[in-house]
Design a binder for this molecule. Structure first.
Ligand code: SF4
Length: 415
């Protein structure tokens, strides 16, 4: 095995622009929340954001706030407050940490942006394409703020996406518009909606290009960079800010490729990350992989904000298709085929599966997939036990040892 070297991942210059995009997003919401205008819609991260933007709402994403609670390591202390009102420690730790933070009147927005509290919703809109937890999460806030909550109920376990499924979801999205009109106080404007889809589609194309740049050898960036730089793909899609940001980022990544600048100096191993990030441990994990000259070049998670289907000429149907063809909505056969396709593109040497204790929906190791994929691709796989936000489910020491042994195995196999 190569002896571990002092090596850290190289930061991207675009990070300073990223900070401004994220700050502008939260300041705009904060102003609107205080003024009562424009109206604010809370939306799940793969919910119908383009419709909401098109109807004049500002859009706030509780999952993004959940990830911030994880990354700032505030989450583990806040989860018990949600447990105390009956939300199990076994359910989504975004939900429990976010509700716990609300109950304790705490938010990472204060330290980062000087913002006292999360923006008050005028309406909440979820899509169960990812899980049922979002429905319970949003319903709790709807009761708390006494505002309406609307949901799209998506088909699950899909292998082939059928027309009848797309038509059903499109109808559910369409059916929301009269109620949303009443709340926003604005008439539904089809042109504005189409504009928002157009911008989202462009953001999505650029985001895909950024992610796929990591197919280059050496990879110009890693999964750990992408988890940070995906912020605008979530919160600024459907706006010009999202498009502008990914043009800047893509230019920098292409420059790195041209100049053979590696994110991880002396890249020796390339890996795939399957599952949620461990938000509170991104830095130590990134440093460990870098010191082992290993680049995590691709992930299912970051790919979840690629919406190829969006089409301004078929706004409702294309949005329905885009949000239903996601990896998380699909069956095992589709998921395995998807990762095999990623293998063809990124040529990784091994797969790390993160078994996130409180998110079975994003933990794909539980029904034999690591074994099946490992055999099909002739590469080793490793399962890490942890969680997205609840660090009480994660052993740093054990994970470090397991990763070291895994990289040693790659060395021995000549990968
Ligand atoms: S998919 Fe997982 S992490 Fe995301 S909201 Fe649902 S349970 Fe939470």
């Amino acid at each position: 095995m190569l002896s571990p070297q002092k090596n850290v991942r190289k930061e991207l210059n675009a990070a300073s622009v990223l900070k401004k995009v994220m700050a502008d997003h939260f300041y705009e919401l904060n102003r609107a929340s205080k003024a009562g205008s424009p109206k604010i819609a809370w939306c799940t991260s793969v919910g119908p954001a383009e419709l909401l933007r098109g109807m004049g709402f500002l859009v706030y994403y509780p999952e993004n706030h959940g990830a911030m609670l994880g990354a700032t390591r505030m989450a583990s202390d806040l989860i018990p407050y949600a447990n105390a009102i009956g939300y199990s420690p076994d359910i989504c730790s975004y939900l429990t940490s976010d509700i716990g933070a609300y109950l304790q009147k705490k938010t990472p927005l204060t330290k980062s942006y000087g913002i006292e509290s999360i923006p008050r919703p005028d309406v909440l809109v979820f899509n169960t394409n990812q899980c049922r937890d979002v429905q319970d999460w949003f319903s709790w806030y709807a009761r708390e703020f006494k505002v309406p909550v609307f949901g799209i109920h998506t088909h699950r376990g899909i292998q082939t996406l059928h027309e009848y499924q797309v038509a059903d979801i499109a109808r559910q999205i369409r059916d929301m518009t009269p109620e949303l009109e009443k709340i926003s106080g604005q008439k539904f404007d089809r042109e504005r909606f189409r504009d928002s889809i157009r911008l989202s589609r462009r953001t999505s194309h650029l985001w895909r290009a950024c992610l796929e740049s990591a197919a280059a050898v050496p990879a110009p960036w890693t999964f750990f960079d992408a988890t940070i730089h995906m912020g605008p793909a979530v919160v600024a899609r459907g706006t010009p800010a999202g498009v502008d940001y990914y043009e800047i980022l893509l230019n920098e990544l292409n420059d790195r490729i041209q100049n053979k600048i590696a994110a991880v100096e002396g890249e020796k191993h390339r890996l795939y990350w399957e599952g949620m990030p461990i938000w509170g441990k991104l830095r130590p994990l990134s440093d460990q992989f870098a010191s082992l000259r290993s680049s995590v070049v691709a992930s299912t998670y970051c790919n979840s904000w690629i919406f190829d289907q969006l089409d301004p000429d078929r706004p409702f149907e294309s949005m329905a298709a885009a949000y239903t063809e996601l990896f998380i909505v699909r069956d095992e056969t589709y998921k395995e085929r998807y990762i095999r396709d990623c293998f063809e593109r990124y040529r990784f040497d091994g797969i790390i599966f993160h078994d996130a204790k409180t998110c079975p929906n994003n933990s794909n190791n539980r029904y034999g997939m690591p074994d099946r994929l490992g055999r099909a691709l002739n590469i080793p796989t490793l399962v890490i036990n942890g969680d997205l936000n609840d660090l009480r489910c994660y052993s740093e020491e054990q994970t470090r040892t397991n990763i070291e042994a895994f990289i040693e195995q790659l060395d021995e196999m000549g990968k």
